[in-house]
Design a protein. Structure first.
Length: 207
């Protein structure tokens, strides 16, 4: 069973915590994580791009000049792609970019991402995130004391208005709830910051 050191928000030692082997101790499955990240990024696409093919463009119903005898190239409609006001070759149409991923693969990918963060030493667990006031400088000091200088995903067990307001203006800090974290946000962050309650919530949901 993997264990991790628990810190206070001042960066001091606050003991050890046992982690679930099934969630934080598996061998990361790269293929599953890749598929889920593709699915998440594809879902962000609107799919509203649209252009007209030569069949959709208004006009151009008759042959512009006779087939033979003119010495010019053979054409029919003046709405062909090579003409001004003509249609678009292979014109994009509204479509759905969704990549379907089985539920078991999504769970495997999330466990793989969490296990990879722990194995890389990029997982930080704090006992509590009790801030004296909802100020950006307070949250910046907490991150500094914990040794976080790059991008960070802070996972909370539930909504915490004071903590979220304190970190709202920090460009490198993103927050999420334990119930709705996703693989893409975990992998793109340099550090993963969780509270003890958030770890327990994750283990209850995904165990």
């Amino acid at each position: 069973m993997p264990t991790i050191s628990v810190l206070t928000i001042e960066g001091k030692d606050a003991g050890q915590m046992d982690l679930s082997e099934d969630i934080f101790g598996i061998t990361p499955n790269t293929a599953a994580m890749h598929l889920v990240v593709r699915s998440i990024l594809a879902a962000k696409r609107q799919g509203t791009q649209s252009a007209l093919t030569r069949a959709m463009v208004r006009g151009g119903g008759r042959k512009i000049y006779r087939q033979k005898g003119t010495g010019r190239a053979r054409h029919h409609s003046n709405r062909a792609p090579q003409f001004r006001h003509g249609g678009v070759v292979f014109a994009p149409q509204p479509r759905d970019y969704v990549v379907k991923v089985p539920r078991k693969v999504r769970r495997l990918a999330l466990k793989s991402a969490l296990s990879a963060k722990l194995a890389a030493g990029d997982l930080i667990v704090v006992d509590k995130l009790n801030l004296p006031e909802a100020k950006t400088r307070v949250m910046a000091k907490v991150l500094s004391d914990l040794g976080i200088s790059k991008s960070c995903l802070m996972v909370l067990p539930e909504r915490d208005e004071m903590v979220q307001r304190a970190g709202r203006n920090l460009p490198t800090l993103r927050d999420a709830y334990a119930a709705n974290i996703n693989v893409y946000d975990i992998l793109r962050a340099d550090k993963l910051l969780l509270t003890k309650d958030a770890v327990q919530a994750i283990q209850e949901v995904y165990a």
